[in-house]
Design a protein around this ligand. Structure first.
Ligand code: SF4
Length: 313
């Protein structure tokens, strides 16, 4: 494996169903991927597909049920929180919700540093101001409170806070979906510049396929907690294999391929409840290509030509 890669293998997160000791909601089921340095993995799927559970489980905000997460061959299970936070940080969807309204900008950015390392307040202020300049904010704004910034500026604050411990991996959970379209482009370009400058790897979670198309080197399409399709983003966008990927690309209107344009519509627009998922292939209740066997056989994730797909076809 390439040095400084994040390796996730067979990750599962099951939640017990209230009142039953045998039933579980399988929010994440056997998710595996490799994230080499300086690359972006886009994670897409409808809400409820497991994207946010994946982010929380990777960050340790939720305990995993099974599987392994390692960085540079070091298991997260054996890492101290300090080392974990120096390895991976997260940028949240809503900057206003994720920033403490009672703290000044520099305090918000410097918080992880003050908690994690023995630095003086003067040093922390200096580092926070340097990072503000790096993300396109003026260091003079460091004594302002979050409500005094625009939405885009607040997301820049969130990015600066995520960078203060010099992490190698950033999890970006819908980082631009709360912003105006014009501001979205600025933040996406900032993220691209930072990646180039700092050699960062991104896990970029979004429901917006055109944004993922712009950002991602690899893409993972998820459906009800499982991987539907995973591979090089250009190849998946230009030649998707899984029927679910095809319907997503068709509904996102971002593919020029005639095959995608003429691909049949979903049988149902409703996502089944994760509490009571369909038997066999979980997508069979909506899949326009479903066969009888799809109702009873669970397709394994199979890899071929650097592409992983879970479909009986
Ligand atoms: Fe559709 Fe069957 Fe493939 Fe599932 S296994 S995606 S239902 S064709």
């Amino acid at each position: 494996m390439t040095a400084n890669s994040l390796l996730v293998q067979n990750l599962k997160k099951f939640y017990p169903v209230k009142g039953s000791s045998e039933k579980f909601v399988k929010a994440l089921n056997d998710v595996s991927f490799t994230l080499p340095p300086n690359t972006t993995l886009g994670i897409v799927g409808e809400s409820g597909c497991g994207k946010s559970t994946l982010a929380k489980t990777l960050m340790g905000l939720e305990d995993k049920t099974h599987g392994s997460i390692s960085f540079n061959d070091n298991s997260f299970d054996n890492m101290s929180n300090k080392v974990k936070y120096e390895t991976m940080q997260m940028v949240f969807q809503d900057p206003l919700d994720s920033l403490n309204p009672r703290k000044k900008a520099w305090e918000i950015i410097a918080d992880p540093l003050l908690i994690n390392s023995k630095v003086s307040k003067t040093e922390a202020l200096k580092k926070a101001q340097e990072l503000m300049a790096k993300v396109g904010l003026r260091p003079e704004q460091s004594h302002k409170y979050p409500h005094m910034f625009s939405g885009g500026q607040r997301q820049r604050l969130g990015i600066a806070r995520a960078l203060i411990l010099n992490p190698k991996v950033l999890i970006l959970d819908e980082p631009v979906s709360a912003l105006d379209v014009s501001v979205q482009a600025q933040i996406l370009n900032l993220l691209k510049e930072l990646q180039k400058d700092l050699g960062l790897s991104y896990i970029f979670i979004s429901h917006d396929l055109s944004v993922v198309n712009y950002m991602a080197d690899d893409i993972m399409v998820m459906y009800l907690g499982r991987v539907a399709e995973y591979g090089n983003a250009d190849k998946v966008f230009n030649n998707p294999y899984h029927p679910y990927t095809k319907t997503l690309l068709k509904s996102g209107h971002i593919s020029q391929s005639e095959e995608i344009k003429s691909f049949p519509k979903l049988i149902s627009s409703e996502l089944p409840s994760p509490l009571n998922p369909p038997t066999g292939c979980a997508f069979h209740t909506r899949c326009p290509l479903a066969k009888d066997e799809c109702h009873s056989i669970l397709p394994e994730v199979e890899s071929k030509n650097e592409r992983s797909v879970s479909c009986l076809l």
